[in-house]
Design a protein around this ligand. Structure first.
Ligand code: ADP
Ligand code: MG
Length: 754
């Protein structure tokens, strides 16, 4: 009954530490036809040069060819007998050429090629405009498929496309450029669904004709004929989707879907095919992600925390405000995770100012009141220090023992902190990712909050897990991000995390006024800034993003500050902040800005995250068109944090339409989730979030924004399957498992490691 698998990639589904089980296979299992791996040169007439050219299209094997889908189809349906042609109708006719001639007209630029063509039902005149060469190319006796319209003044057939189906007598080479000897002929094989692959009649002029991306040297006709030659292979594709799922989702077979992607009989058939393949893509991806999440949980144990206790209650009661419904909901979601033995892996997303800090502190305190330790990790030293300060303030009087692990400490101070952490004399440690990377030993680490998850790569997430394993328990982890990600994208990008969102802002928040400032209004903008400064407010000036080098960026910042100090903002107190400064210098600058001593902070995007200066009311961004929406939104979030009305002034009109529409979106809405959606639409998911970098396989057909609904369905079905067959061990799921492995192929380590 069982056949063992050939040697293949390591199995991602084997439980960590457990010996790899070999994949059970049933004898019934259908494998993809081996010919799919054959090089293109196996096609008749395709030599090494053509094969190299085809690589530009990503085509090396016959299998690649099958998956080289057309980007549109031309509708050549409605084929007719000559005798049946109706006036004014566009149609395809299969005819024999009787005679052909060039016919000058009185108009200077118009020459007609006129041919008499016919079939058993009658004859008609076919005309081409200005295609004199046809007279040389076509001969009496040729069999042609003509596409065109029967409505010419002389009741003739105006040809819009033709295809030579067979030659008459006395015919020489070829039909012209772009069409060689190697006009693809199927080399036997199973007959295709409609007609044999052998002669490929009507490949270019009947039905829905696929139109492919091409190269200079590989024409669309050539691609079409290659596809015609391999279409019989499509019919033998195995189907990884379980039949029950296929039935529930009303999806066609894979073989039919792939074929219909190229040669659909109806538009409906094409749509169903595409839906099927998109679903498969999303489903496989979700299976990979969910199994990864499951394995993370399975191999580890977290602390089962008791219900909310005294400490948390006092913390909440001590807050000067009531939690928003979103905060309450999110806290409930987190609580549920904390009370389970499985370590939490949750993403908390919420716009800048949405009140994530309270939720984070609450989460940390849940560990503390259970006698465990908690850690708060920030992406930078500056932020860690800021977090530490505000956390000390918010926890005042609660008796929580806190510590900051900072590079500003002397070696001796650092040793002291480390010792206290190891001895369990510290409840709550704040620091950068140095917390998990270095010699920090916790006595009992129960909960970790990681601020700004998007700066925290997969690698670091893993280190975090490793770190914790040394102590026997895996901490519950809450990743926080202020870069809202549309839920659907979160499902993909963080498909291995549970996601909580705070979408609603705390009450009383005033929207920051956002304006695109044209260059000629610049003086007015400085007027406005000066008035605000005179009223005691403060201002950020963000200099253009310079990707090449931090050093150049630092210089640009210094120069801009000098320029302003000598010009428009003369007499005001300016300071600079950039990534080349030591964290000590940065800290000093921030403190001076916070205290109000510095009025204008000229900066790079260092200030993007977390900086909290309620008195700052102006965010001025130079060359804003060079920033992404998410980043601009972050920058804008630096103001509007206090009682004063705030302004975000965007300079740089943007050279491209895309840049412009991004900036306009900024001015239109303050909703970070909406902006994230817009960014996604404008720039596309791949570019924006670097799916590749995140170790996820590419999506070929699916577009997360467009295919939301399918993604949700794929997610739900994948979750159901992983629930019932966690390692896809059941024979009927073997193919599926195979495909997931293949899909996650080059990132298989990533999949296996956690
Ligand atoms: P985030 O970290 O999500 O950017 P914060 O947690 O720093 O936002 O909250 C921003 C501001 O809103 C803080 O000053 C905080 O005290 C305040 N805040 C948080 N929650 C509420 C609430 N429910 N009602 C009123 N103000 C709140
Ligand atoms: Mg925050």
């Amino acid at each position: 009954m069982q056949a063992t698998s050939k040697s293949r990639c390591p199995l991602p589904f084997a439980g960590s530490g457990s010996p790899r089980k070999s994949l059970p296979r049933t004898s019934k299992q259908i494998l993809d036809p081996p010919e799919l791996g054959a090089p293109l040169t196996t096609l008749r007439g395709v030599g090494p040069a053509t094969a190299r050219e085809a690589e530009k299209l990503g085509l090396t094997t016959l299998g690649d060819l099958l998956y080289h889908f057309p980007y549109r189809h031309e509708d050549f349906t409605s084929s007719r007998k000559v005798g049946e042609l109706r006036w004014g109708e566009e149609a395809t006719i299969a005819v024999r050429l009787e005679s052909i001639m060039l016919k000058p007209t009185r108009r200077r630029n118009l020459r007609l090629v006129v041919a008499t063509v016919g079939d058993e039902s009658g004859f008609i005149e076919a005309i081409w405009y200005n295609q004199d060469y046809l007279v040389e190319q076509l001969r009496a006796g040729d069999r042609l498929l003509l596409r065109g319209r029967y409505d010419g003044a002389g009741r003739n057939f105006r040809v819009t496309g033709h295809e030579l189906m067979g030659r008459g007598e006395g015919v020489g080479e070829g039909e012209g450029k772009g069409r060689g000897r190697d006009e693809g002929r199927g080399k036997g094989g199973a007959p295709a669904r409609r007609g044999g692959a052998e002669a490929q009649p009507g490949l270019h002029t009947t039905g829905f004709v696929p139109v492919y991306h091409t190269t200079e040297k590989i024409s669309v006709k050539r691609l079409r004929s290659w596809l015609g030659a391999v279409r019989h292979l499509a019919a033998r594709l195995s189907d990884p989707l379980p039949s029950l799922l296929r039935a529930r989702m009303s999806l066609p077979f894979k073989a039919d879907a792939v074929l219909a992607m190229h040669f659909p009989r109806t538009p409906g058939e094409f749509k169903a095919a595409r839906r099927r393949l998109i679903f498969e893509e999303l489903y496989l991806m979700q299976l990979g992600l969910l199994s990864r999440r499951r394995r993370y949980i399975e191999g580890r144990r977290g602390l089962e925390l008791g219900p909310e206790g005294e400490l948390c209650r006092r913390f909440l009661e001590g807050l000067p405000f009531r939690l928003t419904p979103d905060q309450e909901r999110v806290i409930a979601e987190i609580s549920k995770d904390l009370e389970r033995w499985q370590p939490m892996q949750r993403l908390l997303q919420g716009d800048v100012g949405s009140g994530k800090t309270v939720v984070a502190l609450y989460t940390l305190l849940r560990a503390v009141e259970n006698g465990a330790q908690a850690a708060l990790m920030a992406p930078t030293e500056v932020l860690a220090e800021q977090h530490f300060l505000s956390l000390e303030r918010m926890l005042a009087g609660l008796g929580v023992r806190t510590a900051l692990l900072s590079s500003r400490h002397t070696a001796a101070e650092r040793q002291e902190v480390l010792a206290a952490v190891a001895a369990g004399e510290v409840d709550l440690v704040t620091g950068t990712h140095a917390l998990i990377q270095e010699d920090v030993a916790f006595r009992k680490l129960g909960v970790v909050v990681v601020d700004e998850q998007h700066r925290f790569g997969v690698d670091q997430r893993e280190e975090l897990a490793e770190k914790a394993t040394a102590t026997g328990i895996t901490p519950h982890v809450l990743h926080m991000t202020a870069t809202p990600i549309p839920r659907t994208l979160a499902l993909t990008l963080y498909g291995d995390l549970a996601v909580s969102s705070i979408e609603q802002m705390p009450p009383g928040r005033r929207e920051t006024v956002t304006r695109l400032v044209p260059e000629d209004k610049r003086p007015l903008a400085y007027d406005f800034i000066r008035r605000q400064l005179d009223r005691g407010r403060q201002c950020f000036v963000v200099c253009p993003l310079i990707e090449e080098s931090q050093a150049i960026e630092a210089r640009a910042v210094a120069e801009e500050a000098e320029r302003l100090a000598a010009g428009e903002l003369k007499g005001y107190r300016l300071a600079v902040l950039h990534g080349q400064m030591s964290s000590r210098e940065k800290q000093q600058v921030m403190e001076s800005f916070k205290s109000g001593e510095t009025q204008v902070l000229v900066s790079t995007t260092v200030i993007e995250v977390g900086v909290d200066v309620p008195n700052a009311t102006i965010m001025m961004v130079e060359e804003a068109d060079r920033f992404g929406l998410a980043q601009l939104h972050q920058l804008r979030g630096r103001v509007g944090r206090g009682e004063h009305k705030s302004y975000c002034l965007l300079f740089g009109e943007g050279v491209t339409d895309q840049a412009r529409s991004r900036l306009e979106a900024m001015a239109e809405t303050a909703d970070g989730f909406l902006l994230a959606d817009r960014d996604l639409e404008i720039r596309g998911e791949g570019q924006l979030f670097g799916l590749r970098q995140s170790g996820l396989p590419d999506l070929r057909l699916a577009r997360i924004t467009r295919d939301r609904k399918l993604l949700e369905q794929a997610r739900a079905h994948a979750a159901e399957l992983i629930e019932s067959d966690p390692e896809l061990q059941r024979p009927e799921n073997a193919l599926l498992r195979d495909q997931v492995e293949r899909l996650f192929g080059d990132s298989i380590d990533w999949l296996r490691k956690v």
